[in-house]
Structures are given as C-alpha cells and as structure tokens.
Design a protein around this ligand. Structure first.
Ligand code: 13P
Length: 251
C-alpha cells in the first residue's frame, strides 16, 4: 500500500500571536490547496486557536507539541487532550527529544500520552531518535527499539495505525547536520521492522515514518525520495512559509 507523504511543521517555542497568524496565513497561501500530501503545523499552545481560524478551510491541519495524559484536574501548567480537541487540534507531537532531554519525558510518559491521545481521537506523532554518543557507541538500534516498544506498548493495531513515527536523530536537530538519505532510510527500515514484530507486516507497511533533523528545501527532495521516508517533521525551516512550502512541494 502506498503511503501518503506527511509534512508537519514543529514551530517549537517560537511565534507570538501576531507572528503565528502571519506564518499560518503564509502557509495557507503557499500550500493550503495541496491534497496529495498531508500537511500540519504545530504552533505553541497559546496560538492554536488563532492558527486554527486561519487554516480551518484549507488542507493544512493543526497539531500541538505535547499533551498531558490526565483528563483534567490539579496539574498546573498542563493541557489535556480534550482541551486540544476543543480548539481544532488533529495531531499531537509526543516524546520529542527536547521533551526527553530537558523536561523529563520517559518512554513510560510517552506511552501514557499516546494512549490518552488515542482515547480522545487525536493522532500522535511519536518522536524517537538516538544521540550522537549513542550512535557512536553502537547503542543506536537498542535505543530506538526501546523507544518504539515503549511508545507502542499495549496499543491495539487499530490505534497503532493512527500513529505517525518521527525519526529524529538528536545530533541532526537544529544543528544543520542532516542524516544522509541512506542513514535516514536505514533507520526507518529498522523502525518498521520493530512495528512488524510488535504488530504485523501489514501494520508496519501502512504506518508512516517521518524524518526530522535539519530538513530544508535543498535536502528534502532527496530524503523524501527514499522508499521508507514518508515525510518530514520540520523545525527551523517551518518558521518561514516559503521554506516550508519548498519542502512540501520540492522542485
Ligand atoms: P530542525 O528542523 O530545526 O532541525 O528541528 C527538527 C525537529 O526537532 C522537528 O521536531
């Protein structure tokens, strides 16, 4: 089964309200009527509602950058799945390496968030990837396998199929250093193999795996031409509508 490409912009902790509105308008103008690629933008929480108003009649979908697993209550600073749904969110990034590195995200919390997201109908974008040290010391496969197994533990096949995986080697994030198309594809094949062992060949063949890490207009085409690279999770280059558009429709 052919997998539809999926390009998502992770705006991280960037954009004030006005900046987010301008960027969203730019994205809609540039790629809003493209339907052969799935497209999403993931602004900070504060800008979700305003961005939704701008993109809602286009093909661009809304994503959030994180979510808490509890439904409601005394969890100061956290945002629930129902809250995200209520402002038009479709996708949610879970387990980003910055969350893992700076904010104590673990495979166990990733799993709770994935289950909560699926329970409320959100579509998770689950991030996995090794650090440079892990790659150099030969631990890469073990780390990725642990992250993937942790994230998908206890999920039904139906829910697994609603997830996207983003392979984001930590050493390539925001560094200008990109995995080669071959390195990316090899990692994606490895990840697909884990999904196959956990679920089935059919599920592994259907699930989409994005690459993330310094993807830009000038390297996107080659990365996206690889058989197992089904899209991109874009950081820095998603903050300029023209660059994001250049990745969605590489020339
Ligand atoms: P950059 O594209 O800035 O390297 O960030 C990638 C990323 O972390 C997307 O989630």
């Amino acid at each position: 089964m052919a997998r539809k490409k999926f390009i998502a912009g992770n705006w991280k902790m960037n954009t004030t309200l006005e900046e987010a509105k301008a960027l969203a308008r730019g994205v809609v103008d540039a790629v809003g009527n493209i339907s052969d690629v799935d497209i999403a933008v993931c602004p900070p929480y504060t800008n979700l509602s305003a961005v939704y108003e701008i993109i809602k009649d286009s093909n661009v979908k809304l994503g959030a950058q994180d979510v808490h697993w509890e439904a409601k209550g005394a969890f100061t600073g956290k945002v629930s799945c129902a809250m995200l749904k209520s402002v038009g969110v479709t996708y949610v990034i879970i387990g980003h390496s910055e969350q893992r590195q700076y904010f104590g995200e673990t495979d166990a919390t990733v799993n709770k968030k994935v289950k909560a997201a699926r329970g409320s109908g959100l579509l998770p974008i689950i991030c996995v990837g090794e650090t440079l040290e892990e790659r150099k010391s030969g631990k890469m496969d073990a780390v990725i396998e642990r992250q993937v197994r942790g994230a998908f533990d206890g999920l039904s096949t139906e829910d697994a199929l609603k997830c996207t995986i983003a392979y984001e080697p930590v050493w390539a994030i925001g560094t200008g250093e990109t995995a080669t198309p071959e390195q990316a594809n090899d990692a994606h094949v490895f990840i697909r193999g884990i999904i196959s062992k956990m679920f089935s060949d059919e599920t592994a063949g259907a699930i989409r795996i994005q690459y993330g890490g310094s993807m830009k207009p000038d390297n996107a085409k080659e990365l996206l031409s690889k058989n197992d690279v089904d899209g991109g999770l874009i950081g820095g280059a998603s903050l300029k509508a023209a660059d994001f558009a250049g990745i969605v429709k590489p020339v």
